[in-house]
Write a protein that binds this ligand. Structure first.
Ligand code: AHG
Ligand code: MN
Ligand code: MN
Length: 327
């Protein structure tokens, strides 16, 4: 089969040059987004070839979350650190896979900060299920020293966020204030093409996504919220946050990973997962909360900290929050 070239649609580089180049708020963003696209292109090829190349397996290291780092987790982290460092615009990088802050440079040109989950959904790698990469992008303040503290900014200070989902197609979604654009990788030309312009979460919520296997561990109020969702919506749960979020963004839906009495902070990472996706959800008309407050208002105390996450259609997120808080 020959692919029909979507020649009339802009590539990511054309789109970025047009949309952001003359806007001083987005200085350097072009280079960062292009670097992410280049890294995603490399990782996508590795993922597709992983089984054949027999590179799946554990690296033997234990990462800061105490999980076994799979080979592709490390490869993705290294690749994105490399392309982002070479962009010339990044002062510091935080990665879920790296305990310490990666300080890249502190010239005036190094005006951006990136925090990332380089490979999300690792447990789905070796079963050919969708996985992804997630990026939050922050501006470095004028004269702000390039230290570890650069990673402790609130989500509301993000200037942009992006994710890539490696699924039946590879899609990169990029958001800046009030604008969410989706690009699909043309597997022949190896270019991202604008395929999902001006994304908004549909008004109607169709599904809820949660690990129902955790039901018995939840407190009573959260169980009540789950029961309400079961009554109203279909359940869809991939187990890769980025894939669950992408489906819900396109079709309408809510994702929740709450805390429980044993782990009140839940499982997901504030800076690498919740804040970037929270930013994207809000720009698309949705909402993102922890159990208590707007995700993007949380002041991080540690780059690797976790948070409960409820994200998706605004009305349903708010109703669910209310039940979780009142019981
Ligand atoms: P990661 O692979 O980056 O560690 O993230 C895994 C996360 C997330 O993608 C997903 O939503 C969640 O783990 C699934 O957790 P459960 O298996 O507990 O449902
Ligand atoms: Mn993850
Ligand atoms: Mn990860």
């Amino acid at each position: 089969m020959t692919l029909i070239k979507p020649s009339k649609r802009p590539t990511l580089s054309n789109y970025a040059a047009d949309a952001w180049s003359d806007d001083s708020r987005y200085e350097g963003l072009n280079a960062i987004v292009q670097a992410i696209a280049d890294g995603a292109d490399q990782i996508e090829e590795k993922i597709r070839a992983a089984t054949l190349a027999d590179i799946i397996g554990t690296s033997g290291e234990v990462n800061v979350q105490g999980e076994i780092v799979q080979y592709l987790d490390t490869a993705a982290s290294d690749t994105f650190v490399d392309v982002l460092s070479k962009s010339g615009r990044v002062a510091a990088i935080g990665s879920e896979e790296i305990e310490e802050t990666v300080i890249v440079g502190d010239s005036l040109q190094h005006n951006l900060i990136v925090q990332m989950d380089p490979l999300d959904g690792s447990s789905n790698i070796d079963v050919a299920v969708s996985i992804g990469s997630i990026f939050g992008i922050w501006l470095r303040g004028d004269g702000e020293p390039a230290t570890d503290d650069l990673l402790l900014k609130r989500g509301s200070q993000q200037v942009a966020a992006a994710y890539v989902v490696y699924g039946s197609s590879t899609v990169m979604v990029v958001a800046v204030e009030n604008s969410v654009q989706g690009f699909t990788l043309d597997p022949e030309a190896r270019q991202f093409i604008l395929t999902h312009p001006d994304l908004r979460i549909p008004e109607k919520c169709s599904v809820y996504s949660a690990n129902e296997g955790n039901f018995n561990k939840l407190d009573e109020a959260t169980q009540k919220a789950f029961i309400e969702l079961r009554e109203k919506y279909s359940l869809r749960y991939v187990g890769s946050l980025v894939a669950d979020f992408h489906r819900n963004l396109l079709k309408g839906g809510i994702f929740l990973y709450p805390g429980d009495p044993k782990s009140p902070e839940g499982k997901l990472r504030l800076q690498y997962e919740a804040n970037p996706l929270g930013f994207i959800a809000e720009q698309a008309g949705g909402a993102a909360y922890s159990d208590k407050q707007r995700i993007m208002d949380i002041q991080p105390e540690h780059p690797h900290e976790r948070t409960p996450l409820i994200i998706g259609n605004k009305d349903v997120v708010e109703q669910t929050m209310t039940i979780i808080n009142k019981g």
